[in-house]
Design a protein around this ligand. Structure first.
Ligand code: TRP
Ligand code: ZN
Length: 465
């Protein structure tokens, strides 16, 4: 398998939550009040749960990097979408000691990846309810089918915390599928001198008795896989972009010097992408440059991408991760098979940044990427690459080529209008390949069937379209 690891290849709200748009999984029998224990994603059959919509997650924990022990309380506010006598959450974290629903103790049980709760009283469709889960122990990493590591990855001074596509369940219970977005509060208590960097805005930082609590608020809806509270010894900087977006960066002191050029580009990249893709979707931005060499990739954690080292292509990679704020984070996929909507768009954004900066043009980069006839590359189906190829070259490079070919076909004016309309129409929501095809056809007034057939829905190198 060819892992692209674009990141570090050389080194190793308001509009919350659309309900699930996936085919309803075979779970609850008609009339049953048991929530489905799957959301029906074709790539991850066990991911996500039915019967409710999460609105807010408040995750409070203390973590000691020395002992790797965590004590945590997760408070989940959700709305029931059916009567519920029992429901499940995705959770693969440490030992649960108690679950309450609307402040009343609930019976609970677990299997490998789910926490099942039976509230004392049936939850009525349409009502908001609150689940509190108390747990403690040693959270850890998990390994995906492609061999990559994610979840809670301990480092020599803290933890590198990433969750694409499954790992968030290693450290907090939730509805772990991109179609159930929620706002988040993280309250992380770590030893004084250690920094905990979450998504969104740092609302307070207070030290008592040798421990510091960082409170982070993610006010715009976020998919669970984009959550992080990455912990370590960091040099922190806070500044703003020319258009006044707050920037918070944290860098491992051992990497500070080498990371400086990529961090310095953040304001210009965010402002340039805002002009091309539409307004930056979130209320803050930044990056975390940590040292977690075993991870081997970066992740577009919302508002604040995390890097496991200084990437070899540092500027391309920071541009890639920041572009995900529009493509992936604000506009999220509906099922994982559409991963090119994340990776192809973020890769094309790298090309646009190169072109804008006097580097190779997007046309040049298209030609370079298109030239090789390597069959294993062209034989991956972009609209359904398979779990093992989610993060291999095709979703990235063939995805970017698809967008460039579209640009050439419809012209710059229409193409950039399509991109802006995409980020506007699906802001904080979820979309599919078919939504993109439909939008491109409407904006261009062209039949793009044969075009997308060649690029998305068939294997083999497109030669005419
Ligand atoms: N989405 C990440 C990026 O493009 C990469 C990524 C996330 C990844 N999870 C992965 C790569 C697992 C390999 C394996 O920046
Ligand atoms: Zn990416």
């Amino acid at each position: 398998m060819m892992l692209r690891t674009p990141a570090v290849s050389a080194l190793v709200a308001a509009a919350l939550v659309a309900g699930p748009i996936l085919a309803a999984p075979a779970a609850a029998a008609p009339g049953s009040m048991v929530g489905a224990d799957s959301i029906g994603d074709p790539y991850f059959q066990r991911q996500g749960n039915g019967g409710f919509d999460v609105r807010h997650c408040d995750i409070a924990f203390t973590y000691d990097p020395g002992t790797r022990q965590m004590t945590a309380t997760a408070t989940i506010t959700a709305v029931a979408t059916q009567d519920l006598s029992r429901f499940s959450l995705d959770f693969r974290g440490p030992t649960v000691s108690a679950v309450t629903v609307n402040a009343v103790a609930a019976r609970f049980s677990r299997d490998d990846d789910k926490l099942f709760a039976t509230p004392k009283n049936v939850l009525k469709a349409g009502r908001t309810f609150t689940v509190v889960i108390t747990y403690a122990g040693e959270p850890g990493p998990m390994y995906d089918a492609d061999g990559s590591v994610e979840g809670w990855v301990p480092t020599d001074d803290g933890a590198f915390v990433v969750g694409e596509p499954q790992g968030s369940a290693m450290w907090f219970p939730g509805n772990n599928h991109p179609t159930d977005k929620a706002t988040f509060t993280f309250r992380a208590t770590v030893p004084d001198g250690t920094t905990a960097v979450g998504n969104g805005t740092l609302v307070s930082q207070a030290t008592h008795g040798g421990w510091t609590t960082f409170v982070w608020e993610s006010r715009e809806p976020m998919a669970t896989y984009l959550a992080t509270v990455t912990i370590g010894k960091f040099v922190v900087s806070e500044f703003t972009t020319a258009s006044n977006i707050p920037v918070y960066t944290a860098v491992d002191p051992r990497l500070a010097k080498r990371a400086a050029p990529m961090l310095a580009e953040i304001p210009d990249i965010v402002d340039f992408f805002s002009s091309v893709f539409g307004p930056y979707p979130f209320s803050s931005t930044g990056a975390v440059i940590d040292y977690a060499p075993k991870v081997g990739y970066a992740l577009e954690t919302q508002t604040r991408p995390v890097f496991c080292d200084v990437p070899s292509d540092a500027i391309g990679t920071i541009a890639h991760e920041l572009a995900h704020m529009w493509f992936g984070d604000s506009v999220s996929l509906t099922r994982w098979s559409d991963i090119w909507l994340n990776e192809g768009f973020a890769t094309y954004a790298e090309w646009l940044w190169s072109e804008h900066n006097g580097g190779p043009t997007a046309q040049k980069l298209f030609e370079r990427t298109y030239a090789p006839d390597k069959q294993s590359f062209w034989d991956v189906l972009l609209a359904d690459p398979g779990v093992l190829n989610m993060f291999s070259y095709p979703p990235y490079d063939r995805g970017a080529m698809t967008l460039h070919a579209l640009r050439v076909k419809v012209g710059d004016e229409v193409f950039f209008k399509i991109l802006k309309e995409w980020t506007t129409a699906h802001r904080f929501g979820n979309a599919t390949s078919a939504d993109f095809v439909g939008l491109a056809e409407r904006e261009s007034q062209q039949d793009l069937g044969p075009f997308f057939d060649a690029w998305l829905y068939h294997t083999g190198k497109p030669t005419s379209w």
